[in-house]
Design a protein around this ligand. Structure first.
Ligand code: NAD
Ligand code: DAU
Length: 354
């Protein structure tokens, strides 16, 4: 493999998966240059990377507050750091927000990805020692019935503005590989959970509400199914693709860990009870069924045989250990939750990144 992987641009590195990924790389011996490009929307929080800043800041790690749609600034960063790999996480990522306001999803997820691809094409030209890795979602495949799995060959059938925008960006990446020979890989992953996830997503929302004694809102009949993966396992898979994945290939990543939403919420109550010594029934009383999400996909489930076979990846965490670690993390990081919910970390941003 000719890839250099010395000067990496991570987009969206102040978000949930991106910040876990940056920590994963440095904790696993990465010693090149990493430039984190993030516009710091409501979901981006540089506090996630305080430790990385301390250990690697201005030596191996650089943060740039920048929108991925900004042609001039992104091109300058590419040139300044001689970028040889883009690991592209930046996106509007929450399905409910896309239903009530799709515009940002079109701009960031489609136009932003297009902008990055154009700059990579312009600057990398015919180089084959570079990589554009695009992080995508299983939601592009639509909804499954009770049986079956999404494979890399499943037809795209996105149902929300979020998944439609991700599908469009996947197609653009694929087209840049086919048409211009830009070295690209794509991964489509199932639902992640773990530390640093914005508490609008189901698992951290349920944990935070339960800890505060607030209602735990379950959409519709609670029988929708998701396939949950611990975020560090996703990061490991991306790192493997980055090092060993083949140009032009797509890899599905999943937890082989399907849960009906209501069963999962009950399980959270059980673990919460064991960690707080509050009776499980006190938590269960908080479960509240509410109006369903419009166009709510019924079931997602990933077939990840390909990445297991060709790259030797498999999920390292059991759901029991992953969930317990996650709940403990939210219990021990209430300040982080308060900050991200109130947006008061914006003050921190103002001081650090003018
Ligand atoms: P997130 O919402 O936590 O983080 C997104 C980050 O992107 C934030 O830091 C935000 O500030 C930044 N960002 C948004 N718009 C930007 C722009 N225009 N320019 C620069 N930065 C911008 O998202 P996440 O859950 O960490 O998801 C990361 C990626 O992984 C997304 O592409 C998402 O589609 C994909 N994905 C997520 C999951 C999941 O379960 N969360 C599963 C599969 C795939
Ligand atoms: O499958 C991968 C996708 O997983 C990612 O591409 C998205 O970025 C990520 O947000 C996630 O999308 P979901 O819509 O599946 O995740 P969310 O946490 O929003 O919801 C999970 C399930 O829980 C879903 O069936 C809706 C339900 N839900 C969600 C919330 C926020 C509830 O019942 N109540 C809630 O309050």
């Amino acid at each position: 493999m000719k890839r250099k992987l010395k000067n990496i641009m991570v987009t969206g590195g102040a978000g949930f998966i991106g910040s876990n990924f940056i920590q994963y790389l440095f904790n696993n011996g990465f010693d090149g240059i990493l430039v984190n490009v993030d516009s710091l929307t409501y979901a981006g929080n540089p506090e996630n990377l305080t430790e990385i800043e301390k250990q690697h800041g201005e030596k191996n790690y650089f943060f740039k507050k920048c929108d991925i749609q900004d042609y001039k600034n992104i091109k300058d960063i590419f040139q300044q750091y001689d970028i040889d790999a883009v690991i592209h996480f930046a996106a509007e990522s929450h399905v409910d927000r896309s239903i009530y306001g799709p515009k940002e999803f079109i701009f960031t997820n489609i136009i932003g990805t297009f902008n990055l691809l154009e700059i990579a094409r312009e600057l990398w030209k015919e180089r084959d020692d570079v990589l554009f890795h695009h992080i995508s979602t299983d939601e592009v495949f639509g909804s499954l019935g009770e049986k079956g799995y999404f494979t890399e060959e499943t037809r795209y059938s996105p149902n929300s503005p979020y998944s439609a925008s991700k599908a469009a960006s996947d197609h653009l990446v694929r087209a840049y590989y086919k048409t211009y020979g830009l070295p690209c890989t794509i991964s489509n992953c199932s639902n992640n959970y773990g530390p640093f996830q914005f508490p609008e997503k189901m698992i951290p929302l349920m944990i935070c509400n339960a800890l505060e004694g607030k209602p735990m809102p379950v959409y519709g009949d609670g029988l929708n199914v998701r396939d949950w993966l611990y975020v560090e396992d996703h990061c490991e898979a991306i790192s493997l693709i980055m090092h060993k994945g083949q140009d032009g290939q797509t890899y599905n990543i999943g937890g082989e860990n399907e849960w009906k939403n209501i069963d999962l919420v009950n399980f959270l109550c059980e673990i919460l009870s064991s960690l707080t010594e509050i009776n499980i029934e006190e938590y269960k009383k908080l479960i509240t069924f509410i109006k369903d999400r419009p166009g709510h996909d019924r079931r997602y489930a990933i077939d990840c045989k390909k990445i297991k076979k060709v790259l030797g990846w498999s999920p390292g965490h059991t759901f029991e250990t992953g969930i317990e670690q996650t709940i403990k993390w939210y219990m021990n990081n209430q300040k982080w939750v308060e900050n991200i919910k109130s947006g008061s970390y914006k003050e921190w941003i103002r001081k650090h990144y003018k």
